[in-house]
Ligand binder design. Structure first.
Ligand SMILES: [Mn+2]
Length: 430
């Protein structure tokens, strides 16, 4: 890891908050992600399971967390299991975590090596009533591979069939949705790196540069500042491809007169920012591009006001669509009379605005959280309206990251230029 070690109070508090919600006499077991294969003896880069990271801070593969807060033995209330190192492993893979390092990172006093796991679990289960296990319960997840947690669920249920099994995911998701101060600082750092990347490319983009070069400029800035690209495929889409929501080829030359839609951001210590900006390749929006730009910006500002404690995202989506409809009428793209007759399940505006305005943000880019529950302080959400006009060859999306607080919200992107004039000035002052 390249980031500064995180204060382990974060993980200690996260476990404390989780434990409060367990039924009496419960064991919790979470597994890390697998390292997935590519071809031959190749492997994909390792990405820790975010729930496990949230509770331990450990980024090493084959890690297991076991919590048993009601254990009669103090040393077994929290146990972290890590890989046992040997000389050959160190020769090939370098340092793995020592017991002391794992304990310092996580704040867990009892750290054991993996080969002890089965016996310790066996010893503890006779005192336990409930076993909480983890699975990916994100609504839109489409996972075909079996995870380490999935395999463990089968193994555990086969071995201990008479315990009561419970889902840990809903408890962790509600905790993860509300960020603590330490997490907010990490997210602010991700926003800061994103700003650096954006300012760098503002003085770089001109007709003739390639989308690939723009992507590389961002990554250079993120990595040299100890961050990384956020956990999604960057979208660097010039011209007509600004209308393709998930364009990821990023391989064209940017042309005079085109817009460049950039949906790319940094992560820091696994916490993601998520930014979209749309800029003129030649440093000056055409009159029509600017009209659409300002329409999207107005919708962003109006929708941002709705992100406050107690509000519900599903309701905000409806109000946001009404704001977009008004702008689409003013831009001459839709007629009020047609909107009045529209099928509410298939609003006409979806031709120009086929997505929703917001998602939770955090360790996952589409972070865990519940769209139908009231927003609360500590939640971080995106605000990302867009208008895509394929017949005119361009689309505009703008996306900021918003922290809900007691009184309303704070825009974590307040330092990232968004006004059309400011962006044009910065692009022309190289
Ligand atoms: Mn987003």
């Amino acid at each position: 890891m390249k980031y500064q070690r995180i204060n382990n109070k974060l993980f200690i508090n996260n476990r404390k908050n989780l434990i409060k919600q367990l039924k009496p006499n419960s064991i919790v077991i979470l597994n890390s992600n697998d390292i997935l294969p590519t071809n031959a003896d190749g492997l994909m880069p390792f990405k820790q399971n975010n729930d496990l990271f949230y509770l331990t801070g450990i980024e090493q593969e084959e890690t297991i967390l076991l919590l048993f807060p009601d254990s009669p033995e103090e040393r077994f209330k929290e146990i972290l299991f890590i890989r046992e190192v040997n000389e050959e492993l160190i020769l090939w893979e370098g340092d793995k975590l020592t017991v002391k390092e794992a304990s310092d990172i996580s704040g867990i006093k009892t750290v054991r090596f993996l080969p002890e796991f089965d016996d310790i679990l066996n010893y503890l289960t006779s005192d336990a009533e409930h076993i909480y296990l983890n699975s990916n319960e994100y609504k839109r997840a489409a996972v075909e591979v079996e995870t380490r947690d999935d395999r463990f669920i089968k193994k555990c249920k086969a071995k201990y069939p008479l315990h009561y099994y419970c889902r840990i995911a809903p408890l962790i998701y509600r905790l993860r949705a509300r960020k603590s101060d330490i997490e907010i600082d990490l997210m602010k750092k991700a926003c800061e790196l994103t700003e650096k990347g954006f300012r760098r490319i503002l003085s770089f983009v001109k007709p003739g540069v390639t989308e690939t070069e723009v992507e590389a400029e961002f990554i250079h800035e993120f990595i040299r500042n100890n961050g990384a690209p956020a956990d999604y495929e960057p979208i660097i889409a010039s011209g007509i491809d600004s209308c393709t929501l998930h364009y990821i080829k990023n391989n064209k030359t940017c042309k005079d007169g085109d817009v460049l839609l950039i949906d790319f951001a940094a992560s820091y210590a696994n916490y993601n920012a998520d930014m979209t900006r749309t800029i003129p390749v030649n440093g000056k929006l055409t009159a029509r591009q600017k009209r659409v730009y300002n329409a999207v910006l107005r919708v962003l500002k109006e929708t941002r006001k709705l992100l406050k404690p107690g509000a519900r995202l599903l309701k905000i989506f409806e109000k946001n669509r009404a704001l977009i409809e008004k702008e689409l009428i003013d831009l001459g793209l839709l007629k009020m009379a047609d909107i009045k007759k529209q099928n509410p399940d298939k609003p006409l505006s979806s031709k120009y605005y086929p997505h929703n305005v917001s998602h939770f943000l955090g360790l996952d880019v589409h972070d865990v959280g519940y769209f139908d529950e009231p927003l609360a302080p500590g939640m971080v959400l995106t605000c990302e309206p867009g208008i895509y006009i394929r017949e005119e060859g361009f689309g505009i999306r703008l996306e900021n990251n918003i922290l809900i607080n007691q009184n309303g919200n704070t825009d974590l992107f307040e330092n990232i230029p968004i006004e059309a004039d400011e962006i044009e000035d910065l692009m022309n002052s190289k």
